[in-house]
Design a protein around this ligand. Structure first.
Ligand SMILES: NC(=O)c1ccc[n+]([C@@H]2O[C@H](COP(=O)([O-])OP(=O)(O)OC[C@H]3O[C@@H](n4cnc5c(N)ncnc54)[C@H](O)[C@@H]3O)[C@@H](O)[C@H]2O)c1
Length: 367
């Protein structure tokens, strides 16, 4: 079966390479000629684990800049995986999806129905709206977001806990489920529902995780304040099987490209619908207060001439991303307060920091 992927960036490229390994013929569409060329002649270098190796061994993965290459009768499924960056109000910018929708409309009504599958994170309600506009042109629109973390995308796609399918109809839902049955190397739970429910479920999952992290950090902060033991308390709480230990350690606040923004977007969606989702706002506020608490605590714990070493400064160990990294935010506050701060991480991360902050820190690249 042929599958088209519109937007073969971080997520789409991994998805396409994984599907190709499972026997699908993939055509990936992107807008940057040089990037497309580097995929086709296999010179692309990615920091994402296993991507270079999968690209080298791929024999049925073609990249193109021409959307017409996938608007063919033998491409029943088109996944859309373009970026949806956050706008200042916390909502997602759907402009890249809209651009694709305009292109599709420009090609006119399809003789044979095409099932579009939105893999991007969208504001709840967006996919229903898009579906209405594309129905006339013989497209269905389903929603199928992924729960992946950069630094582990290939593996996360092969071993998801759940596959969330906001289906346009049963036929589209069955087709998507079939693809994931071929793709996954585990037995995920298939969660099929309406598009709107799936859009809410995607960001609400991340809101729950941020809530758990903020809960753990506030209990830990309180424990430190009164001279109790954060880790022991949290270990005991997590031992209760109704709660579980995952995401329940005391540590840095949450960051990265998904958690903070999905949490905020859910709060905004709720507010826009006259519902105050207090948890979303509280989690965010706790994350900020926790940073201040840790800053004060480090200033007290370390003497003025003592080195403070951060062993890993990206938002998550193994990733190369500094996006909303709370460990980096803390390091920055301490360095600006005149403390000697040593950053240890991969060379590429430290080089980027050094470019902006120069000698504010000491740098020790990981071997
Ligand atoms: N990266 C993550 O960690 C992650 C995790 C979960 C969800 N998501 C969601 O997945 C979506 C994709 O994220 P990403 O990180 O892969 O983004 P990305 O920016 O890495 O990739 C998007 C790609 O789409 C291409 N593109 C833009 N306009 C296009 C068009 N008109 N036609 C074809 N291609 C076009 C871009 O050139 C780029 O290569 C986003 O909605 C994001 O929120 C990402």
């Amino acid at each position: 079966m042929n599958i088209g992927i519109l937007g073969i960036g971080k997520l789409g490229l991994c998805f396409g390479l994984n599907l190709e390994q499972k026997g699908y013929s993939i055509v990936g569409v992107d807008i940057h000629e040089g990037y497309v060329h580097s995929i086709n002649n296999k010179t692309l270098f990615s920091f994402e684990p296993r991507v270079n190796e999968l690209l080298q061994s791929a024999s049925n993965f073609k990249a193109t800049t021409a959307i017409a290459d996938v608007l063919l009768d033998d491409f029943p499924l088109l996944f859309i995986m373009v970026a949806t960056p956050s706008l200042p109000d916390g909502s997602y910018d759907h402009a890249q999806i809209e651009h694709i929708a305009e292109q599709l409309i420009g090609f006119g009504k399809r003789d044979k129905q095409i099932h579009l599958v939105i893999g991007c994170t969208t504001m709840p309600g967006y996919c229903d709206d898009l579906a209405k506009r594309l129905e006339h042109y013989n497209y269905t629109v389903s929603y199928n977001p992924e729960f992946i973390a950069q630094g582990d995308i290939i593996r996360n796609q092969l071993y998801p806990d759940q596959v969330l399918i906001g289906e346009a109809n049963e036929t589209a839902g069955d087709l998507i489920e079939e693809v994931f049955t071929q793709l996954c190397e585990n037995k995920p739970v298939y969660c099929r529902m309406s598009r709107l429910s799936a859009e809410i479920a995607k960001i609400a999952t991340n809101c729950f995780l941020t809530t758990k992290i903020s809960f753990a950090n506030s209990i830990g902060d309180l424990a430190i304040k009164v001279g109790a033991e954060p880790e022991k308390i949290l270990h005991a709480i997590g031992a209760d099987s109704r709660i579980g230990n995952k995401y329940l350690s005391y540590g840095f606040g949450f960051g990265g490209p998904c958690f903070p923004r999905d949490n905020k977007a859910l709060g905004l969606f709720a507010r826009n619908n006259d519902y105050a989702l207090l948890l979303s706002e509280a989690t965010d506020e706790i994350n900020k207060r926790h940073l201040t608490f840790q800053w004060q605590d480090y200033l007290k714990t370390y003497s003025e001439d003592e080195k403070i070493v951060f062993d890993g400064i990206t938002y998550k160990k193994g990733s190369l991303l500094l996006d909303e990294s709370q460990q980096f935010a803390l390091a920055l506050l301490l360095a600006k307060a005149g403390r000697k701060v040593v950053l240890r991480d991969q060379e590429v991360v430290l080089t980027a920091i050094k470019k902006e902050y120069g000698n504010l820190f000491d740098y020790e690249p990981n071997p």
